[in-house]
Each structure stands twice: as C-alpha cells, then as structure tokens.
Design a binder for this molecule. Structure first.
Ligand code: GDP
Length: 301
C-alpha cells in the first residue's frame, strides 16, 4: 500500500531539497504537486483540501522559509499533517489497539461486507488475544445466510486453537448471539468474538440485522472490516456502517496488496472512527496495530 503515493511525494520533496532557499511560490508549487499525488492515491477531496490548506498555513511563515533547512521543515509539516489525517497528532501518535477494558466476557462484534476479510480477521484477533494477551476466546458466527459460513469459522477456530460456539441449525442471528454470550458467561471466557453476516453491497436488511445484534449484545468494540483495495468504496461503506450501526473502530485488510492508500488517509475525517488494526496478509498472524506516525513514516520514507 502507498507505493505510488510515496514515490510521488518523495519526488516532490527531492526537488524541494535541491532548491536550498525556498520562496512562497516554491512551497505553493510543491503543494500543488502534493495535492495531485493525494488525489491520484484516491484520498477524498475534502481531506486533500484540508491537508494542503493546513500545510500551506504552517509552511509559508517567515520562520520556516528563512530557516536553515526550509525543505526539511516543510517535509516535517507534511508528515505531521499526514499523522493527523490518519487519526494521530497532538502528541498522541500511539497505537490504536483493541480496547478490552470491560467486564468479561467482552463482546467484540465484527461487521462488514462479504469478502472484506471479516472471518479471517476474527481468526487473527482470536489468535492474537490467545497468544499475546493470554485470553480465553470464543468465536461465534452469526451468518445464517451463507451455509458454509459457520463451518468456516469453526475450522478457523480449530486452526487458531480457540473454542467456537457449537452450531445449531435453524437459529436466528439474535439467538446465536444470545447463546454465545450465555456460554461466554457460564464458561468464563474473556472475549466473545461475534462474526456477523456480510453482503456483497450495503442493503437495509443487512444493516437492520447488524443493528439488532448490536443492540442485543451491546459490544464493547464494534469493528468494521474493510478492504483497502476497494479505495473510496471502502470509505463509503464505512460511512454507511457508521451512520446506521455505529462502529468503534476500523480494521483495514489487504494492505499487503498494491492499494493506493487513499482510503486509509480518508477514513478518520470521513467517518470519525479510528483505524485500529491492519490486515497484512492471508496468514493468521498477519495482523498489525495501526500507528498513524509509522504509517506517515512509511508514506514519506
Ligand atoms: P469475509 O467474507 O469478510 O468473512 O471474508 P474472508 O475472511 O472469508 O476473506 C476473504 C478472502 O480474503 C480470503 O481468501 C482471505 O484469505 C483473504 N484475506 C483476508 N484478509 C486478508 C489480508 O489482510 N490480506 C490478503 N492478501 N488477503 C486477505
């Protein structure tokens, strides 16, 4: 992810560095190029405007342009603006991991479109909670629409080495969720991961079902899984889920592909929800915490 954006921005900044002294016109020219690079990376227009306006405001001050290394200062300002767009900033650039600070069993609701990587991510989260955080995890699939979905999660649970909710035919998603939480309480699980059904596109029935499950289980985290490769569609999906269901965090998958990265840079501004985790491959250990500062470093690196 970000390869094209990164190489374009580095080109702009290399030219800026070679100039030595910088005029306001030089900064404006560089910012025009930054703007084009961001738009080409599929960053949402309001985010591009806000980011370049911020950089211009901070960079054309006398102190920056008259400093010993003005190009370096401008690059630092762009870096800070990227960190802010990614949801960090104000001295707060720390990782956005999962928040499990609630009475056990902590319900985590996984939502998203079909094929976004929701089930795989449920398995990755279970593996991490089991190995790193020493948690006792129960996985439960609420997908009664796709016949193989519950079996897929059962197989995944076995691979990860955590429990999965026994499958009972004919139950509704709400009944499955209630049974999962009940088992979670009775058998002292720390975390219950509820994997909801997805659809190929947003529709009312899906949103209603997910909203009902959310109201019934009152999850501590509602994680929306989106595919980074789908660009602005991922942002639109996130906006819809945020409006209709409410999410506490976003997991962006397939960052190991050649996604342009615009979705990652737009998500916070458009939805208000933080990206918390990144999926970086099909393997179950390919899950990363989201660090706005490190991602900005990757873009400008
Ligand atoms: P769901 O329909 O949302 O539950 O999606 P799945 O979890 O079944 O994932 C769909 C496909 O995407 C599977 O082939 C996964 O192996 C793959 N996948 C999931 N996450 C990632 C990721 O971060 N990177 C890559 N390259 N593939 C992923």
């Amino acid at each position: 992810m970000f390869e094209a954006l990164s190489s374009k921005l580095n080109g702009v900044f290399d030219r800026l560095r070679r100039r030595g002294a910088l005029s306001e016109a030089d900064v404006n020219e560089a910012l025009r190029e930054v703007r084009v690079a961001l738009l080409e990376a599929d960053v949402a227009l309001p985010v591009v405007k806000d980011l370049t306006a911020k950089v211009r405001e901070r960079a054309v001050g006398v102190e920056v342009l008259k400093s010993v290394s003005p190009a370096q200062q401008v690059i630092k300002i762009v870096n800070d603006a990227l960190v802010e767009a990614l949801g960090g900033g104000e001295g707060d650039t720390g990782a956005r991991g999962l928040d499990l600070n609630a009475p056990s069993p902590v319900p985590i609701l996984m939502v998203g479109l079909q094929g976004s990587g929701k089930t795989t991510t449920s398995g990755k989260i279970a593996l991490r909670l089991k190995n790193r955080d020493k948690k006792k995890v129960l996985l439960a699939s609420l997908d009664v629409h796709r016949p193989a979905a519950q079996l897929q999660l059962e197989t995944l649970a076995r691979q990860v080495g955590v429990a999965s909710l026994p499958i009972v035919a004919g139950e509704t998603p709400l009944q499955i969720a209630a049974r999962a939480m009940d088992l979670g309480r009775r058998e002292l699980f720390d975390v219950v991961v509820l994997d909801t059904a997805g659809r190929l596109a947003i529709d009312e029935a899906l949103m209603d079902e997910v909203a009902q499950v959310k109201a019934a289980t009152r999850p501590h985290e509602t994680l929306l899984v989106v595919d980074a490769m789908t660009g602005q569609d991922a942002v639109n999906t996130a906006r819809a889920f945020q409006d209709k269901v409410g999410v506490s965090g976003i997991v962006m998958t397939r960052i190991d592909g050649d996604a342009r990265g615009g979705a990652a840079l737009s998500m916070r501004a458009v939805t208000g929800a933080p990206i918390k985790l990144l999926g970086a491959g099909e393997k179950l250990d390919a899950l990363e915490d989201f660090h706005p500062d490190r991602i900005a470093g990757r873009i400008l690196g």
